[in-house]
Structures are given as C-alpha cells and as structure tokens.
Design a protein around this ligand. Structure first.
Ligand SMILES: C[S@@+](CC[C@H](N)C(=O)[O-])C[C@H]1O[C@@H](n2cnc3c(N)ncnc32)[C@H](O)[C@@H]1O
Length: 310
C-alpha cells in the first residue's frame, strides 16, 4: 500500500479560501414541489441553458426538454432532524472548494472504472426498455459524475442531486453546464438540500441511485441504504464507488482506524474505517462489487465499487 501524501489526502484539509456565496434560489416546475423553504431546488433544462449561452432565450428556441419526472416529497421529519445535522458555513465552503479543486488526480485514477460502471448500469436499463431514467445522486457534491450521466445515459434523465452542503452547488453547476454543452441527451437536474438517510423521494420512484465517496460520510450507512432501497423501483440499482478499510493490510487498517476521528473532523464526517461492501451486501439482494486498491491515494486507496440491485 502506497503511503505517500496525495492530492486526495490534501483535499481533506484544504486551506480556507473566502466562501463562494450563492443565494438559496428556489425554482419550481409544474411537477416539482413549489414553495420549498427547506430544500435548494434548481431546475436546469439543457436547451434553455444552451440558449442562454447562445444569447437566445426566446420561447420557441427554448423547446421543451427533459422534464422532472418525479415529484419531490417532504423528507421524513424525524429522520431529517436526526441526520441533517447543523452545519458550519465556513467549513462547508472550504470543503466544497477543496473537492472542486483537488480531486482531478483521483478522478483520473477512477475514470475508466467509473465509465465501466455507468456503462453496465445504463446497458441494464436499456435492456429493460427504459430510456427515460429517474436518478438520484446522494452526496452529489460538485457533480463529478455528471459527464458520465449526461453522455452515457439513455435519451432522458431526471437527476435529483442531494447534498447537505449547499456550498457544493456553485461548483456543481459549473460542471453541469460543461457536461450539458457536450451532450445531446435530455438532462434535467434538481439540486436538493438533504441527506441520504431522509430522501425527499417517493417509494419506488428511482431507476438508479449513485453514491461515490459518500457512504464514508453519511451518519448511518444502514439507514441510508434502507432509504436507497425504499426509493428504488423494483430492479432499480445502486451504483457505488467508495473508499473503505483495508482488507489486505491489518497494520494499515489500524492506521486508518487511528486517523478516523481526525478525518471525521477534517473532511465532513468522512470515515476511513468502514466496511461498506459488507453493509451493501447485507442490505441488497444482488450485489456485483469488488474490493481493489488504488496507487498513491494513501488512506483512501482501499476502495470498493460495483452495482447493487434492490
Ligand atoms: C467526499 S464528498 C463526495 C462528493 C461526490 N459524491 C464526489 O464523488 O466527489 C462527500 C459528500 O457527501 C456529502 N454528505 C455528507 N453527509 C451526508 C449525508 N448524510 N447524506 C448525503 N450526503 C452527505 C458531503 O456534503 C459531500 O458532498
């Protein structure tokens, strides 16, 4: 196991830049929840965005595009109280900037793995005749997966991007705009403040849920996974890619255990000592997942990825 400091290791405690502020905009659509005071909801329609870039915003040019397919609901109030914990705006801004600026090395290292996972996920969806997908990404962060979703998904996608850190959104919007400009698919994205343990989504409403580097951070993995199962349609799938406790090196696992309290403080609740694949296998009926180790990413080198079917 490599133990050199890497870009990802530095990302856990980046220097503090001034917070990048953005108003808590609430936009509504006919089938999205209106008057939403607790959630950040933004509807982005690809063509409208393209027209804005092109300088044309006329109604005839901005033809209807991918629509919000799923109506958001109130999250379970008790679960939200428990798991959507109070946050520090300064720390949120710092962490969001760190994730936006220091993860390129990591994303390059997992790019082909992610591509293969999304290929498998979308091939399964196509095989079952689905070309309009309702998807949710938990802990969506800066949307590092949006390129794969926008370019590889079947014809239309309604993506609900959920995260408790509202400072991620400005960076996510930048990534979204770039991905949409390069894709012909109809992609509708709503940014929603929330947590994986209390999803604002109806039962059996999602074709797929995505989690990358998030199940390390949720407060309670089992509660989150049960929520994911609740919202997945029968045959729906969870795509995951997560860092975990080493399975091959007990001494390194011990170090990960020791560093976890520090990591939780420095990186927004991130645990280095979780056995995420075991928990996913407990909670899902069919799991195609594997453990592997990346080179050069120190305490987050041990990883698991795969697809779990509800
Ligand atoms: C390490 S970042 C990963 C972000 C993104 N998924 C990625 O791959 O870059 C962890 C994300 O999980 C979010 N998060 C923390 N607690 C959460 C919870 N209980 N439910 C959902 N997301 C959570 C954080 O705000 C952060 O955006």
């Amino acid at each position: 196991m490599a133990t050199t400091t890497s870009s990802i290791a530095r990302a856990v405690a980046p220097p503090r830049p001034p917070p990048r502020t953005r108003p808590r905009t609430v936009a509504s659509a006919t089938n999205a929840r209106a008057n939403d005071e607790d959630h950040v909801v933004v509807i982005v329609r690809r063509r409208a965005l393209m027209m804005a870039f092109a300088g044309c915003a006329c109604a005839s040019c901005a033809a209807p595009n991918a629509q919000a397919m799923v109506k958001l609901i109130e999250s379970d109030a008790a679960a939200s109280m428990t798991y959507d914990v109070a946050r520090d705006a300064g720390l949120d801004a710092t962490f969001a900037r760190g994730m936006a600026t220091m993860m390129s090395g990591f994303e390059s290292a997992v790019k082909e793995r992610k591509r293969a996972l999304f290929e498998t996920l979308f091939a399964t969806m196509r095989d079952t005749g689905r070309d309009e997908l309702a998807m949710c990404e938990i802990g969506a962060g800066t949307l590092p997966n949006i390129d794969f979703i926008a370019s590889m998904a079947p014809r239309a996608v309604d993506l609900i991007a959920i995260d408790p850190n509202d400072a991620m959104r400005a960076f996510a919007e930048d990534n979204l705009a770039a991905a949409l400009a390069a894709s012909d698919n109809e992609v509708n994205v709503r940014f929603v403040h929330g947590v994986a343990e209390a999803l604002p989504l109806p039962d059996n409403s999602m074709d797929a849920v995505v989690s990358t580097l998030t199940l390390c951070s949720v407060v309670d993995q089992r509660v989150a996974l049960k929520e994911i199962r609740r919202v997945l349609k029968p045959g729906g799938a969870l795509l995951f890619l997560e860092h975990v406790l080493s399975e091959t090196d007990p001494k390194f696992a011990e170090l990960q255990e020791k560093l976890t309290p520090l990591q939780i403080k420095a990186a927004d609740g991130c645990h280095l000592n979780r056995r995420t694949l075991d928990v996913i296998r407990d909670e899902f009926s069919a799991v195609d997942g594997e453990y592997y180790e990346l080179d050069g990413f120190w305490v987050i080198s041990p990883q698991v990825s795969g697809i779990a079917v509800a």
